[in-house]
Design a protein around this ligand. Structure first.
Ligand code: NAD
Ligand code: UD1
Length: 337
């Protein structure tokens, strides 16, 4: 198949591109590089042993997208492009709403014009209302607490409305839980700008000595050891989930929201201990106050993904910790800036 991947130079996009190429699909990538490096694209091509067209363009740029669609005949589009930093979205909401909503609207307009009506959209577990009973399934109540989350919520609604208006469309809204890990080659991985907000990059950089210690945000949650519990999923499992979603979209119309998680919750200390054990490194930590907005536990019901996509996560927590460390230790400065 021929697949257009927006945001394909980013963390999840690069791993998905690699998986698509390994399975023999043709891909074209559009990425503005607002949060990625061209080096990631180069490394995906090296790992796959194949070149593919790459356009450095903003998905909101309708003319640029028209050029891309004029050249390729796409069976399906995966739309990863988006800004994703929760804290930043609170400070600059208009940038987030503009980027995430207008990229989705522009993309759909161009797709419609070219008769391409299969779309896999990157949504997030963040659309579930904080405090909903766990595991969260796709019918759990929705509601967000920050502009980033609302952009995903609104894009989901836009896409549902699009499918109501034109039932020929097939849209899969993939709600990711907490992606971590990297391709086992250690050649591609997560490369956050500045000091990481998310747990795993911070843990890996602490093991590397770039930070004195990890701040564990709260140890008085209602969880088995008092620290926050999340559903961490290996990014390569997520990549496999996208391949399964494409197969589904090829054979169905309509709009489905589907969780991509493991269904297993691990605490912050579970992660720290596994990371130390698997990699033979030390991750010094201190207990710090809770981070505002955090909740006790978030984990997925993965049943719908199993039922509709025939997909489930296969990689273990040890795999995730080993591959995160492999990437970080081989690339202490990420892709280099
Ligand atoms: P990422 O920042 O690594 O990748 C996103 C890519 O999109 C980047 O390469 C960036 O340069 C590009 N981009 C952003 N806006 C663009 C635009 N207007 N035009 C063209 N390119 C643009 O993030 P990621 O972790 O790979 O996430 C991919 C998608 O999954 C995002 O939509 C994100 O919101 C969503 N998501 C991520 C997580 C996570 O924890 N990583 C969790 C849930 C959902
Ligand atoms: C964050 C985002 C969410 C996104 C998800 C996946 C927020 C509020 N939410 O969720 O929108 O979908 O990432 O990428 O940012 N922790 C520490 N010390 C640290 C960092 C984190 O103890 O230095 C703890 C947190 O309190 C939490 C867990 O580790 O319990 C995971 O945190 P994080 O990686 O930031 O993910 P989420 O908060 O689940």
């Amino acid at each position: 198949m021929n697949i257009l991947v927006t945001g394909g130079a980013g963390y999840i996009g690069s791993h998905t591109c690699l998986e698509l190429l390994r399975r023999g699909h043709d891909i074209t990538v559009v990425d503005s590089l607002v949060n990625a490096q061209r080096e990631a694209v180069k490394r995906v091509q090296q790992l796959a042993g194949r070149e593919f067209p790459f356009y450095q363009a903003d998905v909101r740029d309708e003319e640029a997208l028209e050029t891309v669609f004029a050249v390729g005949r796409f069976d399906c589009v995966i739309h990863f492009a988006g800004l994703k930093a929760v804290g930043e979205s609170v400070g600059i909401p208009l940038r987030y709403y503009d980027n995430n909503l207008n990229s989705t609207i522009t993309l759909c307009r161009v797709m419609q014009r070219h008769g391409v009506k299969r779309l896999i959209f990157s949504s997030s577990a963040t659309v579930y209302k904080p405090g909903v009973p766990m595991p969260a399934d796709e019918s759990s109540e929705l509601g967000c607490t920050n502009p980033y989350g609302w952009t995903k919520f609104m894009c989901e609604q836009i896409l549902r409305d699009l499918v109501v208006a034109d039932p020929d469309w097939s849209v899969v809204l993939l709600r990711y839980f907490n992606p971590i890990g990297a391709d086992p080659s250690g050649r591609i991985g997560e490369d956050p700008t500045g000091i990481p907000n998310n747990l795993l990059p911070f843990v890996a950089q602490t093991a590397l000595g770039r930070h004195k210690e990890l701040h564990v945000f709260g140890n008085d949650y209602q969880t088995h050891d008092g620290t926050g519990v999340r559903d961490y999923i290996h990014v390569s499992d997520l990549a496999d989930g996208h391949v399964a979603a494409i197969d589904y979209a090829m054979n169905h119309t309509g709009c489905e929201a589907i969780n991509l998680g493991t269904g297993i919750g691990y605490s912050v200390l579970d992660i720290v201990h596994a990371f130390e054990r698997v990699n033979g490194v030390k991750v010094p930590y201190v207990i710090s106050p809770r981070r505002p907005g955090d909740v006790d536990a978030v984990f997925a019901s993965p049943d719908k993904a199993r039922r509709l996509l025939g997909w489930e996560a296969r990689r273990s927590l040890d795999d995730m910790c080993r591959d995160s460390w492999h990437w970080q230790s081989m690339n202490p400065q990420g892709y280099g800036r």
